[in-house]
Design a protein around this ligand. Structure first.
Ligand SMILES: C[S@@+](CC[C@H](N)C(=O)[O-])C[C@H]1O[C@@H](n2cnc3c(N)ncnc32)[C@H](O)[C@@H]1O
Length: 267
């Protein structure tokens, strides 16, 4: 783990600790150089809305969303965090840095008959392009963001009523740690966690609530080959290792953790 940076007072901030935790996930250069594709991308098919009922994060958004209310979904992916809100929604503005994700989002929203707009860009840099809405949603993005405090503060500036962020209880890549040990002989970090995120928000002056829940079913992947491809990509492996990945997956049909949390705050 890298040395934690400290401020002039010598105190280490929650934001510093969060950034150092995430930096510890960096993939060693010699492995990265041999990666056939970027290990960090997200396959849109893994982030489609599932057929499951609304989860507790959806309900936190719905309990304050006015009829025909506007939603801004930051890091919208395939729409799993906002499209299940369905009928109550007026317009969903989907913001994502990935054009492929926004295309998937658009197709799903059209299929469901939900009015939507797309903004391609990275938050918070692209935030000036986003409108002020009723509820801002941000699902499963926090662990991608080193500078979490400015990211979260910008979410709040676009919400008229509430911000709802869904995240796994701990960094989702922890689920791949035994694969890293097996294929690369590497021990990976065990965090950060949703509590570390809450500390960053508190330090930034945000009074957020933390709520834990179980995701059922805990996986959004559709098929075994998709799951194998996901592991292959994250682990910087080539297709020749697919059968070994498949073997190591064993009975596991899921990789995304089922232990979830919602961080939400009113503005
Ligand atoms: C793990 S997916 C989650 C998608 C969806 N919200 C969900 O919960 O299923 C993360 C998404 O956030 C996007 N993303 C990550 N960091 C971002 C940033 N700083 N600004 C905009 N999009 C970002 C990625 O492109 C990806 O689509």
């Amino acid at each position: 783990m890298p040395t934690l940076s400290s401020g002039r007072s010598g105190a280490t901030t929650a934001q510093d600790k969060w950034a150092a935790h995430l930096a510890a996930w960096a993939i060693p250069q010699h492995i990265l150089e041999r990666a056939p594709e970027s290990p960090w991308g997200f396959p849109p098919s893994l982030f489609l809305p599932s057929e499951e009922e609304q989860n507790p994060a959806h309900r936190r958004a719905l309990e304050v969303l006015p009829p025909s209310g506007w939603i801004l979904d930051v890091g919208a992916g395939g729409g799993a965090s906002s499209l299940p809100l369905g009928g109550r929604v007026g317009v969903i503005v989907a913001l994502d840095e990935s054009a492929a994700m926004l295309e998937t989002f658009g197709r799903e929203a059209d299929r469901l008959g939900i009015e939507h707009r797309a903004i391609q860009g990275s938050w918070p840099e692209a935030s000036p392009e986003a409108p002020l809405v009723d509820v801002v949603i941000c699902g499963n993005v926090f662990y991608n963001v080193g500078a979490l405090a400015p990211f979260a503060l910008a979410l709040g500036r676009h919400a008229g009523i509430r911000v709802v962020a869904e995240l796994t209880e701990r960094h989702p890549q922890v689920a791949l740690n035994d694969f890293w040990r097996h294929f690369h002989g590497l021990d990976r970090p065990e965090g950060p966690t949703c509590e570390d995120a809450l500390e960053v928000l508190t330090e930034a002056g945000i009074e957020a609530h933390l709520e834990r829940w179980k995701r059922t079913p805990p996986d959004r992947s559709r098929t075994r080959p998709e799951l194998v491809a996901f592991v292959r990509r994250r682990l910087c492996l080539t297709q020749e290792r697919d059968s070994e990945i498949d073997e190591l997956l064993g009975e596991r049909a899921v990789l995304q953790p089922g232990d979830m949390a919602t961080l939400w705050w009113d503005v």
